[in-house]
Design a protein. Structure first.
Length: 160
């Protein structure tokens, strides 16, 4: 059997299922840079871009989800992860509402995610939502996820 690809319908289906707008060039650029920066934490942790997650019956598709590494089984795949990530990362897209991302961050925290980072490309910063405590905005230096030691240098991420 030959598989066919219907790109236009797949894009529409992606937006309908994930309730997320298609990513812009800068969104993808930041997501790609973050994923590359996170590779240094392998094999202890693994970064999964656009992983489908179901927590407490609610579907989520964070831009990047960080999990402890686990054995790979190519014969059995997981369509929807049921365990919360240690860290969820979102990148604000031009057509996305910051309020919607904040609401999603709060939902993820209620579902067991330890921390959520929301990157805002236009301001070259990040809003850190910890499980316990107040959110904080970081525009320079380094952000670190205390439980894993995962750190991202803001200036390096947004370098031109």
């Amino acid at each position: 059997m030959i598989a066919t690809l219907d790109v236009e319908n797949d894009l529409i289906l992606h937006e309908e299922l994930s309730d997320k707008p298609m990513a812009s060039k800068n969104h993808v650029r930041i997501q790609r840079r973050l994923t590359r920066m996170l590779e240094q934490y392998e094999p202890k942790y693994e970064a999964f871009p656009e992983l489908s997650i179901e927590l407490n019956g609610n579907p989520f598709v964070p831009d990047i989800s960080i999990y402890p590494s686990s054995p790979i089984n190519w014969q059995e795949d997981v369509l929807r992860e049921q365990d919360p990530p240690l860290l969820a990362i979102e990148v604000l897209s031009p057509k996305q509402s910051l309020t919607d991302l904040i609401d999603m961050a709060k939902e993820l925290l209620l579902c067991g995610v330890d921390e959520v980072w929301v990157f805002v490309p236009v301001s070259e910063g990040v809003i850190v939502y910890p499980k316990n405590g107040k959110p904080r905005t970081v525009g320079f230096g380094e952000i670190t996820h205390a439980a894993t030691g995962i750190a991202i240098n803001i200036e390096k991420l947004f370098a031109v």
